[in-house]
Design a protein around this ligand. Sequence first.
Ligand code: HAM
Length: 417
Amino acid sequence: MKIGLPRGVQDILPEEIPYWHLIEKTARSIFEKYNYEEIRTPIFEYTELFVKGTGETTDIVMKEMYTFTDKKGRSLTLRPEGTPGVIRAYLTNKIYTSKPVWKVYYIGPMFRYERPQAGRYRQFHQLGVEVLGRKDPYIDFEVINIAVEILKSLELENIEVEINSLGCSQCRPKYREALKSYFSKYEDLLSPIDKERLERNPLRILDSKDEKVISLKEDAPQPLDFLCEDCKKHFDKVTNYLSIANLNYKINPKLVRGLDYYTRTVFEITTTTLGAQNAVVGGGRYDNLVETYGGPQIPGLGFALGIERLILLLKQQAKLGIEKQKLLFLAIEDENYLKKAIEISQVLQKNFKVEVGPLEEPLRAQLRLADKIGADFVLIINSSLIERNFIKIRDFKSGEEKNISIDNLIETLNTML
Ligand code: HAM
């Protein structure tokens, strides 16, 4: 039996890697400029971390986690998102005792048992940031701005920032109650799972994929109408800063996001080429999450960007100028020059991308391989030239040949490539 690939995961083959490198390099350099440091947290954590943080009535926790028990019977889960692990690391390492503000970024795989489709996988990769210890609205703007800057640097077109506010522990309960009483009127139409959501966490009913609920949502109460004075001020300041920076945004009063920890600002970035539910970036503020995990009262916020989704979009736009390094191929006329070839390759490979041919095989066979693997230039060591300390170089595309001195091989190649 052939062993295939599990559903929803994929190989990232070498041809794809330049996209990954470009995105990672671009994001890293932007993160560093805004004074964020990299963090790498474990791929699996105690299940409880996600149940408590991401939220027990969310789709992620209810349906999508890869959970298993280890040999000692402990329940562990492959991380479905990056935020809980970062907060756990913040608490485990007591960062709050030494740093008033902690700004970190991460890049890595996440796992969700979702129905796979274009741009939605069971193993996917996110890059994101989390900021702990800042409650001011400027930082909400900064976080959104960083996400936009990454997308713009990669020349992604037609991006749209949607923003909303979910209020705080003061005003949220009023909104929850309003939502509950609105949907209670239609209780008979609700599926058992939506009924349970209505009871336990009315906000999550808004994630329902049920057609009836989707149409009921149209007239459902909206969080912006319930904000307290402080939350309203905070939201106005964030949108004002976005305007000052000329960053296009749209207030979407229906945006609630599918994770439980958010307070105040939530945002998503979509492009007009993706369906509405397919955001490329999602994020927001979570002022109570650290406390939920038993830590001090420290505000936080962040975002995560889906790398696969971004690549899909960039490919659709035929963007991404990925430059390929030229490939040199080293061949020899016969085995007498094997030692020389090894010596030269040692120097060459410190400077260029070099494939050394099958040196024991006839020159013809070596050149055939050079052609097949798409070498740009072939360097040939032969008897008439090597005595004068010269080597032949052939441009594989044009067929042009010339002899160059081995003494200034690197300099000459540098000017040619
Ligand atoms: P999220 O909206 O669940 O937020 O995910 C963020 C991004 O990850 C999505 O916009 C999407 O691009 C990508 N993504 C999510 N699920 C999949 C999937 N199954 N396949 C491919 N891509 C996917 C979070 O994860 C939060 N932790 C973001 C955050 C950070 N909020 C505050 N800090």
